[in-house]
Design a protein around this ligand. Structure first.
Ligand code: CA
Length: 230
């Protein structure tokens, strides 16, 4: 029983206790905390092997907890989301979650996902945070991007814009949607900031930035990534 414990971060007691019971039955040691600050403390003191992290928490939300965690550790994180918007936001931000489940979920499914993650090698090329498109390759957890196998240096904003477009490949995203994914809900600036950063991103990845073929402008609607998935 020397395996590191699993940390559950969830303020809804019923869900936390159900998940705990199923994981303990599967042979895991489990620790439960109900808020984000407690989660960061427990992650530092317990050195868990995996963290199950709910997004909707009192005080600091799960996305902020994940952001802070990733500054100090590469511990496996399985996120719990309650709404499609939460899931979109999680994926769009590319904060480095290893997997996620949307509520309501089956506790058996959760145990299966936990086991699958723990079996995974810590190799970014084996993880599902790697997106492969025809010309672009994006490693969401390492914040790296390659065009035609040549690495492209991007700022954090440029990277998150590209990642968001890639995760919605082929779909048009409005400026407002891009702002929500990249800057979050607390953005009060001018939405032309999107055009500015996209202009810089295009200079780095388009063969001819004045006639873009990868990030296409859809007039009156927004932007679409035209590179196809492999
Ligand atoms: Ca919750």
């Amino acid at each position: 029983m020397s395996n590191p414990p699993i940390l559950i971060v969830e303020d809804e007691v019923t869900i936390a206790q159900t998940v705990r019971a199923y994981l303990e039955q599967a042979g895991f040691a489990v620790h439960v905390v109900g808020d984000g600050i407690g989660a960061l403390d427990a992650a530092r003191s317990l050195h868990p092997g995996l963290i199950i992290l709910d997004i909707m928490l009192p005080g600091m939300d799960g996305l902020d907890v994940l952001r802070r965690l990733r500054q100090e550790s590469q511990v496996y994180v399985l996120m719990l989301t309650a709404k499609t918007e939460e899931t979109d936001k999680l994926l769009g931000l590319g904060l480095g979650a290893d997997d996620y489940l949307t509520k309501p979920f089956s506790p058996r499914e959760l145990v299966a996902r936990v086991k699958a993650i723990l079996r995974r090698e810590r190799d970014p090329h084996a993880s599902d945070t790697l997106l492969r498109l025809r010309r672009l390759r994006i490693d969401a957890s390492a914040h790296r991007c390659w065009l035609d196998n040549v690495e492209v240096e991007l700022t954090a904003v440029e990277f998150n814009l590209l990642l968001t477009l890639a995760r919605h490949c082929g779909r048009v995203l409005s400026r407002e949607q891009l702002i929500e994914h990249v800057w979050g809900n607390n953005f009060y600036g001018d939405d032309r900031v999107v055009d500015v950063h996209l202009g810089r991103l295009r200079k780095k990845i388009e063969d001819d930035p004045t006639n873009p073929t990868l990030i296409v402008t859809v007039r009156g609607v927004g932007y679409r990534l035209a590179d196809a998935p492999l």
